[in-house]
Ligand binder design. Sequence first.
Ligand code: 5GP
Length: 123
Amino acid sequence: MDYTYDDQNIFAKILRSEIPNDTVLETEYALAFNDIGPQAPVHVLVIPKGPYVSYDHFALAASDAEILGYTRAIGEVCRIVGVQDNGFRMISNAGQDGVQEVPHLHVHILGGRMMGRMVQKPA
Ligand code: 5GP
């Protein structure tokens, strides 16, 4: 797996404040913001501040403090957007088969409606 990080990806530019975002939460280790093309009433992206391509990259290479800080931020975002009671779906796409568009680790937190089946085959 090639974990080479492209620092020109859109989320890297958001982290450098080169393009704006609708912030839900910012911590030392994470930034959470609303997805520009929401697929559900709640659709928040949570990204680590470090240069990680995907969840497996992060899980293998990040420090304990980064993993803890990122994971806690995800929990805090769920509390902020109020999806704990009715539930939510958390997705992290990786690579070609995962159909990852932006090569900086992000989890999607989707909620506010019934999310349907977990995975669909492409049409
Ligand atoms: P992926 O397919 O990589 O898992 O998801 C990338 C997500 O990033 C998509 O849901 C897309 O709508 C979102 N996205 C792409 N560009 C931007 C942007 O400039 N701002 C925000 N807030 N979201 C973006």
